[in-house]
Design a protein around this ligand. Sequence first.
Ligand SMILES: NC(=O)C1=CN([C@@H]2O[C@H](COP(=O)(O)OP(=O)(O)OC[C@H]3O[C@@H](n4cnc5c(N)ncnc54)[C@H](O)[C@@H]3O)[C@@H](O)[C@H]2O)C=CC1
Ligand SMILES: CC(=O)N[C@H]1[C@@H](OP(=O)(O)OP(=O)(O)OC[C@H]2O[C@@H](n3ccc(=O)[nH]c3=O)[C@H](O)[C@@H]2O)O[C@H](C(=O)O)[C@@H](O)[C@@H]1O
Length: 428
Amino acid sequence: MKIAVIGLGKIGLPLAAQFANKGHTVVGVDIAPSTVATINEAVAPFPGEAQLGEYLTRLVPAGKLRATTNYADAIPEADAVVVVVPLFVDNDGRPDFGWMDKATADLAANLTKDTLVAYETTLPVGTLRTRWKPQLEHGSGLIEGTDFHVVFSPERVLTGRVFEDLRKYPKLLGGLSSEGAKRAVAFYEQVLDFDERPDLERGNGVWDLGSAEAAEMAKLAETTYRDVNIGLANQFAKFAETAGIDVYQVIEASNSQPYSHIHRPGISVGGHCIPVYPRLYLSNDPDATIVRAAREANTQMPAHAIARLQVEYGDLTGARVVVLGAAYRAGVKETAFSGVFDLVRHLGEVGAIASVHDPLYTQPELTGLGLTPHTFGESVDAAVLHTDHPEYRLLTRDDLPNVRQIIDGRAAIAAGKFECPVHVIGTP
Ligand SMILES: NC(=O)C1=CN([C@@H]2O[C@H](COP(=O)(O)OP(=O)(O)OC[C@H]3O[C@@H](n4cnc5c(N)ncnc54)[C@H](O)[C@@H]3O)[C@@H](O)[C@H]2O)C=CC1
Ligand SMILES: CC(=O)N[C@H]1[C@@H](OP(=O)(O)OP(=O)(O)OC[C@H]2O[C@@H](n3ccc(=O)[nH]c3=O)[C@H](O)[C@@H]2O)O[C@H](C(=O)O)[C@@H](O)[C@@H]1O
């Protein structure tokens, strides 16, 4: 089969490699010439995805996988096209379809009869039917459901372990027509492998949810659930602090029966997924107060952490405070919606001098993000742990000389390593 993948980012490129590894001929399309050139040299343009380098060094020279900036060089020949270009929200929380509309227009201009188009980018319910189907038909002069087929199939993997997650989770999809869905089931069955999942009544494999809308909502539901669950954990964490209780002990105890799955509280909820998708859901269902409240609870955590530091430290005017971790979660080099920016802003508002350390970023990279880099060994007055990078478990007092107070936002600092107090968010 000939497959095109539009958008060769942290999701699209591993997907393209997966399809090529299954023996198909894959052409990836990306608007970034440097990304395309790097891939064609069989090198991964970003770090952190286990196995990707090995796949590229094998599949690119074998002619199974190549990249291009030119849609006309990839789309007309393809039997199936997978689109995984990001969709954003603007400052008012409204979906920003700009990149996806552009990709859809360029796809439409090159679309040929009998192609299956699968959108994998997370989007508001109804987007496929009301927005991209008309755009594709208008741009191609073809009719969906007769000349070509469109489905939605959300991508659910975690970056860093894409190949593993692709095997682990059912591939959800929904079509605009039953014929489109049938073709998409056949497509995904040819390009993916699935682990046995005896825990799933329906079994692991490709799941047709019956409509594009159901598949669109399934992705928003699972990620909004995560945000709401973390919001609840954060609410419990703040109460536990005032009530003199360790929330981690409480959560471990509550989760010891099978009906409780309380997530971990923390200092921020970042990344371009979990803080964003509840807002896409709210664009469909603006009266969802529970979703809105959780978003608010999570957004307030950086301010809560700095308020706690103020209580423990006293006046922060002129204090040198290092934020440990720029990345939005451990082990990823990604700062989309990272809590680091709010932490630095709040520290500035109370007069502190903030700097940032992250083992995954060079100093010029941190500067490029508008952050002041910090070097271990330099004297500091206080520290705020934002990201639970494994490296921080090994922190010692020599790394942070003269530190007087530490706020640990992820319960990540090993006890007893510091002479100064370490205050874990969610504990007294
Ligand atoms: N990153 C994640 O953790 C996950 C992301 N997803 C979904 O995947 C989508 C993409 O995410 P990533 O791959 O992480 O994004 P990314 O930012 O790593 O990559 C996006 C790529 O799309 C390219 N691009 C932009 N406009 C284009 C166009 N018009 N034509 C062709 N290429 C274009 C960019 O140059 C870039 O290489 C997300 O919006 C989300 O819906 C799903 C699961 C996890
Ligand atoms: C594990 C999982 O389901 N992840 C989905 C998620 O991945 P992402 O990279 O956003 O990481 P993740 O959710 O772990 O953390 C987000 C933030 O919450 C904070 N976080 C997290 C867990 C917790 O218990 N507490 C907490 O504060 C944490 O510190 C971060 O700041 O979104 C992807 C997506 O839809 O595109 C899905 O495909 C993935 O399957």
